[in-house]
Design a protein. Structure first.
Ligand SMILES: [Zn+2]
Ligand SMILES: [Zn+2]
Length: 407
């Protein structure tokens, strides 16, 4: 493998593919320093067509098997709008630099396998606590808000959750080198991408976790290994048809609303609940808790599934769907630049109304015009230089013109 001096190692396409399935053995994925660790996630997610190819393959197989697509434009775009970033490595390196007790050898297969368990075990508990503590659930429920289950759902991640998960990895930097942790953190994440599909029948473990059927609630938290669910009594096999999403659906594709709505709910419940201890319980007990109920609420209060549940799917005109897809292509194309220019990123992304258009919210068209004009000004100032975006923006404005003339 070629490498820049001290920089990240390059990876062959075959290695990136195998990273997705956690089958890069220690000999191929052990590095002396964090700087040498390849960015497997970014390579698979952005620059390498595997990601797109897998999603296209899932759609094709679903069409052949069931004569229906595995996802919808509105739900898929919403999932992608809630994208991922990690602060875990920064905190890990800080603890390693300041508090490590001893150093396990970075090039030993034993360290490699221990880290596999060391990343997956805390993940189980972090995930479980994210379901059992209301304030953490407020962040994690974003991931569960999709009423579809496909590869796009895997990317539906909470912004707030990034800032809490690192605590669970704290024991490991006391003895495991950051370079080994950085590899497994990525493998653990990548492995959890491809299991999000209905087209492979024996992958029911995480499907059950996303169900809102009473038998699915608070089950199957495991990330890579499912032994943790077996050991701690949260394992459930796929049985009746799984209906995906939240027990009380939010019925929105607005990414900001999906992130903040549950926090507003906790805020209101906190003030409406009498007694100091009860108020604390609203925050730290399960989302189904109420005064006089057990910590995780009453199972009989989980809404029954009758099998006729209809996902939130407001119908909009075909060209509005096209508009949303094109709009999203621009965001994806500009993603790196948007991240680099933080202010513009906030201005643009927080004001993103493609999802609102998809539910035909009144006045969304007017807001969209204002937003696009602001964005166009920023664009003209030279923040973005991509030719593709320039072309796509012109297409956008043509479609927008069609929209304006029809409202
Ligand atoms: Zn979950
Ligand atoms: Zn999930």
């Amino acid at each position: 493998m070629g490498s820049e001096a001290g920089g990240p190692r390059t990876t062959a396409p075959g290695q990136q593919l195998r990273a997705l399935f956690y089958v890069l053995p220690p000999g191929e994925s052990s590095f002396r320093t964090v700087e040498e660790v390849p960015d497997y996630v970014e390579k698979v997610r952005a620059s390498i067509p595997f990601f797109v190819a897998f999603i296209a393959l899932e759609f094709a197989v679903s069409w052949i098997q069931k004569h229906k697509l595995s996802g919808r434009i509105n739900d898929g775009i919403c999932s992608l709008s809630l994208d991922i970033l990690s602060v875990e490595l920064i905190s890990y390196i800080y603890v390693w630099n300041n508090y490590r007790l001893f150093e396990l050898p970075w090039d030993s297969p034993w360290t490699w396998y221990l880290t596999l368990l060391g990343v997956d075990f805390p993940y189980y508990w972090f995930h479980r606590i994210s379901h059992e503590v209301n304030i953490l659930w407020a962040a994690h429920q974003v991931h569960h808000s999709s009423e579809d289950y496909n590869l796009l759902t895997a990317l539906r991640q909470s912004v707030l959750q990034r800032y809490t998960s690192w605590i669970f990895n704290v024991p490991m930097p006391l003895f495991i080198p950051p370079s080994v942790f950085a590899v497994h953190l990525q493998f653990n994440l990548l492995y959890q991408f491809w299991i999000y599909t209905e087209v492979v029948t024996n992958l029911g473990h995480h499907r059950v976790h996303h169900g809102r059927n009473p038998y699915c609630i608070d089950k199957n938290y495991g990330g890579t290994l499912i032994i943790w669910d077996r050991i701690f009594g949260t394992c459930e096999a796929e049985d009746a048809k799984v209906i995906y999403g939240l027990t009380h659906p939010v019925n929105s594709f607005d990414p900001i609303m999906l992130q903040l709505c549950p926090l507003a709910h906790i805020w209101n419940t906190f003030w409406a609940t009498p007694g100091f201890c009860n108020k604390l319980s609203v925050i730290f007990k399960g989302p189904g808790w109420g005064p006089g109920k057990p910590r995780l609420g009453l199972p009989e209060e989980i809404p029954e599934i009758i099998g006729k549940e209809v996902p939130f799917n407001p119908s909009v005109l075909v060209y509005l769907n096209c508009y949303a897809v094109v709009h999203f292509a621009v965001i994806m194309d500009l993603y790196t630049e948007l991240l680099a220019t933080e202010t513009v990123s906030n201005l643009y992304e927080t004001a993103s109304h493609a999802n609102k258009l998809l539910i035909s919210r009144p006045k969304a068209g007017i807001l969209e015009i204002i937003r696009c004009l602001v964005f166009m000004d920023v664009y003209k100032l030279g923040y973005f230089r991509s030719q593709f975006s320039s072309l796509v923006l012109n297409i956008k404005y043509f479609v927008l013109y069609l929209y304006c003339t029809s409202v």
